[in-house]
Design a protein around this ligand. Structure first.
Ligand code: DP6
Length: 325
């Protein structure tokens, strides 16, 4: 017997205040609250149905059979929560323009949470959906909503979820993603943050500063103060990467080309073009900018990066069903 098939679309998000460290590994309760912007250009479409003839979950990614421990674990959690006993057929497609390297677990688990819960017969409200997506990947907690989203850390499964901060971003803010490498990262976010929590002597300072950065960021967004938003985001990202540099053994996600982009951005800024950078657990750089400056910034990057490595994105929407029975 087969369940009805549901298909969901979720967009990825870029954290302006980073989540970096877990209080609880299994439940994915973070050490600090975070805040992100959901982006329009990068998304995942996932369809799910349950089938009593399957002996295990089947996961296809971009039309190729795949295996993912994270997906297997997530489906186990989902079955426990919903009482569904059958295995699932899961089809996922990542929509990432050209050179790739920006696919993220955020859009993947937000889409899977919606499609799989509906296929299992459960209609969850956004908060419950955010809590469920969190069990797949921390950053997925935030991809339930569009625009600016805050993940309130909470202290347990019931209290750790995202809330919309400003869903319809009706002001001038864009991101240019500079794709430096599409390769799988050597140190996953999970491993990186675990090492930092266990060994960085600066971890307690990070928790304190992240809370202050978050409060300042929320004020800056409310005032639509672009320069403040950019400055706080860039500084917060660098503090996160400083944790990695201070871990034992220390590590870094930067590639030489990442530093090159950071320098181009700093030079543009000294010439009065206000733009800022942020990096996650990988070498790709995202430049936060205003629409009027996009062409100037692209021109400054053009000598070093081909066109397909530069993707301009704007604020995007929350998760939704795009196909149902
Ligand atoms: C640097 O959500 O990928 O992008 O919860 O272990 O799956 P897991 O980690 P993940 O970590 C994201 C880290 C980050 C910052 C952020 O998105 O807040």
């Amino acid at each position: 017997m087969q369940s009805p098939k549901y298909t969901a679309r979720a967009h990825t998000n870029i954290a302006l205040i980073k989540y970096w460290g877990k209080l609880d590994q299994d439940l994915i309760i973070p050490m600090n609250s975070s805040l992100s912007l959901t982006l329009d250009k990068f998304y995942t479409d996932t369809s799910v149905f349950f089938d009593s003839t399957l002996k295990q979950d089947i996961f296809r990614l971009n039309n190729k059979e795949s295996s993912s421990l994270k997906v297997t674990h997530f489906m186990k959690v989902l079955r426990e929560k919903t009482g569904e006993t059958r295995f699932a057929m899961i089809n996922s497609e990542n929509h990432v323009p050209s050179a790739a390297g920006l696919a993220s677990s955020a859009s993947a688990f937000a889409a899977l949470a919606l499609a799989a819960s509906r296929a299992a017969g459960l209609v969850l409200d956004s908060r419950s959906l955010s809590r469920l997506a969190r069990r797949g990947s921390g950053s997925a907690t935030r991809s339930i909503y569009g625009g600016f989203v805050e993940w309130q850390q909470g202290s347990d499964d019931a209290t750790s979820y995202a809330v919309p901060f400003e869903e319809n971003v009706a002001w001038d803010l864009s991101m240019i993603a500079v794709v430096i490498s599409a390769k799988q990262k050597k140190i996953s976010s999970s491993v990186g943050m675990q090492r930092v929590v266990a060994t960085s002597p600066y971890y307690s300072a990070w928790r304190k500063t992240a809370a202050q950065d978050l409060a300042a960021m929320k004020k800056a967004i409310k005032k639509r103060d672009f320069r403040q938003v950019g400055t706080i985001a860039e500084e917060n990202a660098m503090k996160m990467h400083a944790l990695n540099a201070s871990a034992h053994p220390h590590f870094s996600y930067f590639e030489p080309a990442s530093l090159q982009v950071m320098k181009i951005v700093a030079d543009l800024r000294s010439n009065g073009i206000f733009c800022y950078y942020t990096l996650d657990a990988g070498p790709n750089v995202k430049i936060i900018c205003q629409n009027k400056d996009i062409q100037t910034i692209l021109a400054a990057l053009a000598p070093s990066f081909s066109q397909e490595r530069l993707v301009v994105a704007g604020p995007g929407p929350g998760v939704k069903l795009i196909d149902k029975p």
